[in-house]
Design a protein around this ligand. Structure first.
Ligand code: NAI
Ligand code: MG
Length: 350
């Protein structure tokens, strides 16, 4: 495992800097205990930075980011209704630009129901699954446009783009992950009865690559049925592999059934390792609670564990997860400040 890590840190806006500060504490503690040195550099990217400089994410910054092993990201975004920041600019020019430029073709979102946390479901069962969502294709590929905009004859298109290359690398990642997990089950979620072309491509490649993983049990659900099972029996899932749009929606649902936004981490992964992957909490900048030490840092801390796992330190990732689990079991989601939760997790690590 690498003894030296170069991490780009993007705290961002709102609660981003508050939760990232706790994630950094935990990162520093586990790595220094293991004799791993971490070189960090902070990058000012986000709404605040845009307001100050008029820059979103410059080509120069993007090139600088490429020199890092991974990016630890807080959240970017102004308060909804803040007229100074035009809608969509940060999503398009920062979040999507990072994802496409750094080829983050796997969006990885684990969902686990931790002890001490409450699911809104009456009988949730043991929830522990991972959604492997495509990150660079599908309806989000930017293949579309408008004609006769603003008239009664307006035409608007978003073409879902699916390549054998893109689906194959995604599906391979999902099988490799499923093979490493205890239950070794993979569920393809699509809508191949209606979206027959993309659906067929996904189904064909799941079958083809699945042949290399006889130990993995393969299942299929249409996306509408998947929303039913995610609420009635989420424990049935292990690894879900799905397209960009379906994955976006299912992971929000998954986050909700496992006790909330403050706990859910995500990885934007370039599994070919041609560019740094990025790890972040699923939540945004939460302007309504920013600057008050009210944010739960667990999502950011679990994202740090995912980052260490990706960087070849699964043992350190497991230590963080165990510490989070113990802290949650003891304190649940009781009222503690952001820093108190971080310190509680640090204490469990010691
Ligand atoms: P949000 O996730 O920031 O907040 C939604 C609700 O959840 C709020 O009530 C908030 O207080 C609460 N919440 C979020 N994180 C929490 C935490 N760690 N602990 C406790 N409560 C938490 O979503 P919202 O309000 O839709 O977006 C706010 C801004 O964040 C917008 O500008 C949006 O564009 C941006 N955003 C950025 C993302 C990113 O950087 N990847 C992702 C999602 C939203
Ligand atoms: Mg979303």
């Amino acid at each position: 495992a690498p003894a030296h890590l170069k991490i780009a840190v993007v705290p961002g806006d709102g609660i981003g800097p508050e939760v990232v500060a706790e994630a950094e504490k935990v990162l520093d503690a586990v790595t220094s205990a293991a004799g791993v040195t971490v070189e960090k550099r902070e990058f000012g990217i986000g709404a605040e930075h845009w307001l100050e400089t008029g820059e979103t994410l410059t080509e120069e910054t993007l090139e600088e980011l490429r020199a890092y092993d991974a990016i630890l990201f807080g959240a970017v975004g102004a308060a909804p209704g803040d007229q100074r920041v035009p809608s969509g600019i940060l999503e398009r020019d920062i979040l999507l630009k990072l994802r496409f430029s750094l080829d983050h073709y796997v969006n990885l979102r684990p969902s686990k129901l931790y002890p001490g946390t409450t699911s809104p479901l009456a009988d949730p069962g043991a929830i522990d699954f991972v959604v492997v969502r495509e990150g660079t294709e599908g309806p989000y590929a930017g293949n579309g446009g408008r004609l006769r905009a603003g008239t009664d004859a307006e035409i608007a298109t978003e073409v879902s783009l699916n390549t054998a290359y893109g689906v194959r690398r995604l599906v391979r990642y999902a099988f490799e992950l499923a093979a490493k997990r205890e239950r070794k089950k993979l569920t393809l979620v699509h809508k191949h009865n209606v979206l027959v072309n993309a659906g067929r491509l996904y189904a064909r490649l799941v079958e083809e690559i699945g042949a290399e993983f006889p130990q993995v049990v393969v299942d299929y659900l249409h996306v509408d049925a998947a929303t039913i099972f995610l609420t009635t029996d989420p424990a049935r899932f292990d690894v879900i592999v799905t397209d960009n749009l379906f994955g976006d929606i299912l992971t929000d649902l998954a986050g909700a059934v496992t006790g909330g936004i403050g706990l859910a981490p995500a990885g934007n992964i370039n599994a070919d390792r041609t560019a740094p992957s990025m790890f972040e909490p699923v939540h945004g900048s939460a302007p309504d609670i920013a600057g008050q030490q009210k944010a739960n840092p667990v999502a950011a801390i679990l994202a740090t564990a995912m980052m260490l796992d990706h960087l070849g330190h699964p043992d350190l990732a497991a230590r963080i997860e165990a510490a989070v689990e113990k802290d949650l079991a003891e304190h649940g989601t009781e009222d503690r400040s952001t820093a108190q939760v971080g310190d509680g997790i640090l204490a469990q690590l010691a």
